[in-house]
Design a protein around this ligand. Structure first.
Ligand code: SF4
Length: 372
């Protein structure tokens, strides 16, 4: 089964730390929707052999679109692609959008999973991140969303400058108390060209050290695993049966088709990405051309590294999947590395897979670059 990612490149205002492709001119939305529908139609013939069981509206801020616009897109997708009987359909959303919109309308439109960009339950932290909602508003929106959705995920950003363990605990405790079934917890990153990075260069604040960041990371995983969440990817935690089926496609090296400006695709072994420009995106589709840069097929070494990296950062190297992809036995090929990593208490092995434990997750990137 394959997944569909749809990039909705609109936000009403850019947050200071964000470097995603997006525009703030919301007048472009209706033209974009026509282009997106055309892109879907163009792909319908190319992927007609494939069945899709996840659809993920990401961005940007997909909840900027109305429920009717989302429904229109879902109807068009269902007409154009083979969609499985029980797909997971996620809408990334900002809390402030549901202050005057009814989440129930999105549920009726077909969305069955909400991913809310809450980031923190502390107002001073939200202000630092230039978010447009308050902690109180986010709590009201989540409580209301539960009247319509069982499957709600929150994004939390941590390791803000001078954040204490108590601050972090407050946000995590609130997320747990609200009863969400999935939490994605990311460290704050300082991407060049962002306003946040410029403030850092001006020395307006100091970044956390690596060891402080590791301490906060360990706290996040202890707190969430201690409260019934499974740590199933370096930055992702889920209650039972609540893993993101869509994101698992990335980590399990499965097909996904990316639609919308800047979206990436990995399909039948090939990678490509759409142009990072809404005007270029629209103009290609106006003449029935796919708005994508050239495809390429990663060579075996690249594929190997990509798979090992994605798998070890999530639920591990699955031996069957490894054999399907590389026609080799992982346990034989990496016998020495496996035993050394296990001896150092960074990983575990069972009949089906080799996977990192909590110690290993904390230094996943180092393990991957040292051993693979
Ligand atoms: S809401 Fe999300 S996508 Fe939009 S600017 Fe903020 S971080 Fe970026």
């Amino acid at each position: 089964m394959s997944g569909i990612y749809i990039h909705i490149p609109f936000c009403s205002k850019r947050c200071n730390y964000c470097d995603f492709y997006l525009v703030t001119n919301l007048d472009l939305i209706s033209k974009f929707i026509s282009s997106l529908k055309k892109e879907i139609t163009l792909y319908s013939e190319l992927v007609k052999e494939n069945e899709f069981d996840t659809i993920f509206f990401g961005g940007g801020t997909p909840s900027i679109l109305s429920a009717d616009q989302i429904e229109d897109l879902l109807v068009h997708l269902a007409k154009s692609f083979k969609i499985s009987k029980f797909p997971e359909i996620t809408l990334e959303s900002n809390p402030e959008d549901f202050l005057d919109k009814n989440p129930g309308e999105y549920r009726s439109a077909g969305i069955n999973r909400l991913s809310l960009g809450v980031q923190s339950f502390i107002n001073s932290e939200l202000k630092f991140l230039t978010r447009q909602h308050t902690s109180e508003e986010a709590q009201t929106v989540i409580q209301n969303a539960f009247k319509h959705f069982e499957n709600i995920s929150l994004d939390i950003i941590y390791s803000l400058p001078s954040q204490t363990i108590e601050d972090l605990d407050l946000s995590l405790t609130k997320a747990i108390e609200l009863g969400v079934s999935h939490i994605s917890a990311y460290t704050l990153t300082y991407e060049k060209k962002t306003v946040l990075y410029k403030s850092f260069e001006k020395k307006l604040f100091e970044k956390n050290t690596d060891s402080r960041e590791a301490e906060l990371y360990n706290y996040v995983s202890e707190k969430l695993t201690g409260n019934g969440f499974e740590h199933y990817e370096v930055s992702n935690f889920a209650k039972e049966n609540s893993r993101s089926r869509h994101n698992l496609k990335y980590w399990h090296y499965e097909n996904y088709l990316g639609l919308g400006p800047s979206a990436h695709s990995f399909f039948n072994g090939k990678r490509w990405n759409n142009f990072n420009s809404i005007s270029k995106y629209n103009s290609f589709l106006a003449v029935n051309d796919l708005p994508a840069e050239e495809q390429y097929e990663p060579d075996m070494d690249q594929k190997h590294l990509e798979y090992v990296m994605l798998a070890l950062r999530s639920d591990g190297i699955n031996f069957k999947r490894y054999r399907e992809l590389f026609n080799e036995d992982f346990k034989v090929k990496f016998k020495k590395q496996i035993s050394e990593i296990i001896k150092n208490n960074f990983a575990l092995l069972d009949t089906y897979r080799f996977y990192l434990n909590e110690n290993g997750y904390a230094i996943a990137d180092e393990i991957i670059s040292k051993y693979f």
